[in-house]
Design a protein around this ligand. Structure first.
Ligand SMILES: Cc1ncc(COP(=O)(O)O)c(C=O)c1O
Length: 503
């Protein structure tokens, strides 16, 4: 078919790199029906000239679009819109709904099938809203609140409130309460192989506050950031707001694909990774990739942000040391949180920053007037010092190991072959995938919407992908298992979920 008249415009002030903007324009043109299966698209050179950009930039965009299934390269015959494009990809407006709901920047789930007529598909909620408030069954990332030693905690807090002195009521140290920074440094040395001094530890109000501190301290205008694809939704939304250029880098069973990242953007200033327990897929970053990532960071003078959010819980084999433990060149900023090992309402997390960045981060922390309540930091410090923390972790490892078996068995029983479930090797949440149904891929956004109406807090897996692949974006659910009470509870929840699949 001849090339249809197609005007592509790019915005050089936009936070998206040009190649991603080109991808977006093509996806939108296809979704709107301006480009149809079989249509020839402009040759690399002519589009590059039209956009006044490098040929390599257009080539990169076309490679991504081919990979995603939108385009097909036919050698001398040129590049065409894929003739086998699923009907659901064209004239699709649902993508924007998903995008708007999850604060994702200009990426969309072009592969989401339309909801079959007559099936109700409640609109998705913004993730941060969906995950706040009273905990709900199967909520991803929520630790076992029923098993937290509440009485001990209350005693520690009230002791500090009564006897902690005026320091508890004054402005906090923006870098964190010194005894807590010392405990964190000791704990990381013993349990994660991270060698650091307390001066390198900065206490923050949660992982996004950590990211804010890191970016304000070390990012420059127009910096680009490798982001795992799929990757942690809330961080993606936050980063998009900050205006850095996000470069989605695919993830496979070995973790982030460093080679691909280097091809996409060798000079990215940051790489955000979850090496111990990839969020949401759960894989561990292989040793070869760890070494490759560290080598890349050294060569490009870039920073690796290691998000080690729930590595304390590992059920198969021994816990792996942190990526930071291999970091001879001090390129890794290690990030931990108390959200999983204690409880998320505490809003306490921390970063271990390389020595050469300590002064800068300290200055920025002061200028932000960062700082979390001293009373809570002091109580956590006592919780660790008096041995409650180590005991709690030991108990939770055993408990979560049991609870994950309960949910896996219950899901297998209710869903049979409709769901691909693997025993999670670690963490307190996991991703399951739907097998393709008789009518094609399952609309996981609709299933999660119905589950939400039934009181469950599962999330659709496909929305964790920044660059969805036509007809190939995995459909499934991300769910937590730490709060399953017993086998009966697990069975009831799995049956409720199963009822949301076919209605
Ligand atoms: C991938 C990932 N990183 C970090 C965190 C910790 O975030 P916060 O410290 O804000 O609770 C979470 C919590 O769910 C997470 O899933």
């Amino acid at each position: 078919m001849p090339t249809p008249a197609l005007t592509i415009e790019i915005d050089r002030q936009h936070h998206l790199p040009i190649y991603l903007q080109i991808c977006e324009r093509f996806r939108t043109a296809i979704a709107a029906g301006h480009l149809r299966p079989g249509d020839r698209v402009p040759a690399l050179r002519s589009l590059a000239t039209q956009l006044n950009t490098a040929r390599g930039t257009v080539e990169l965009a076309y490679t991504i679009l081919v990979d995603e299934g939108y385009l097909q390269m036919r050698g001398a015959a040129g590049t065409v819109v894929s003739p086998s494009l699923p009907a659901s990809v064209m004239h699709s407006s649902r993508a924007q709904e998903v995008q708007g709901a999850h604060g994702s920047r200009g990426t969309k789930d072009a592969g989401t099938p339309e909801t079959p007529r007559g099936q109700s598909a409640p609109r998705p909620l913004p993730i941060a809203v969906a995950m706040s408030g009273a905990p709900r069954p199967l909520q991803p990332g929520m630790p076992a609140l029923d098993a937290f030693p509440g009485k001990v905690w209350n005693k520690l807090v009230s002791y500090r409130a009564r006897s902690g002195g005026r320091e508890m009521f004054a402005y906090p140290d923006p870098a964190g309460y010194r005894p807590l920074r010392e405990h964190i440094a000791t704990y990381l040395g013993l349990s994660r192989g991270v060698t650091c001094v307390p001066e390198q530890v900065f206490v923050t109000g949660g992982y996004r506050a950590t990211l804010e501190l890191v970016l304000r301290s070390l990012a420059r205008p127009n910096d680009s950031v490798w982001f795992e694809d799929p990757g942690y939704l809330l961080a993606r939304g936050f980063l998009a707001e900050t205006g850095v250029q996000l470069v989605p880098v695919p993830v496979d069973s070995e973790g982030i694909d460093v080679e691909r990242g280097t091809l996409l953007d060798a000079q990215a200033r940051f790489a955000l990774v979850t090496p111990s327990h990839q969020s949401p897929l759960g894989h561990t970053l292989s040793l070869a990739r760890r070494v490759a990532l560290l080598e890349w960071a050294e060569k490009a003078s870039s920073w690796i942000v290691e998000d080690d959010y729930d590595s304390e819980f590992r059920y198969l084999g021994r816990p792996l040391p942190a990526l930071k433990s291999l970091d001879r060149r001090d390129r890794v900023i290690y990030c931990g949180t108390f959200s999983k090992v204690m409880f998320p309402g505490l809003r306490l997390a921390y970063a271990v920053v390389p020595e050469r960045a300590v002064e800068r981060v300290g200055r920025v922390a002061h200028s932000m007037n960062a700082g979390s309540p001293t009373l809570l930091q002091a109580a956590v410090s006592d919780f660790i010092e008096q041995g409650h923390f180590a005991r709690h972790l030991k108990r939770m490892r055993a408990l979560y190991s049991e609870r994950r078996m309960l949910i896996v068995h219950a899901l297998e029983e209710s869903f049979g072959e409709r769901l691909i479930v693997e025993l999670p090797p670690g963490g307190i949440q996991f991703a399951v995938q739907f097998a393709e149904g008789p009518d094609g891929p399952v609309d996981d956004i609709a299933v999660a919407g119905r589950a939400r109406e039934a009181g469950l807090a599962v999330l659709p897996l496909s929305i964790w992908y920044a660059n969805s692949r036509v007809g190939r974006t995995p459909r499934g659910l991300v769910m937590g298992f730490a709060n399953i009470a017993d086998a009966e509870d697990a069975g009831r929840l799995a049956r409720t979920l199963r009822a949301c699949l076919d209605i």
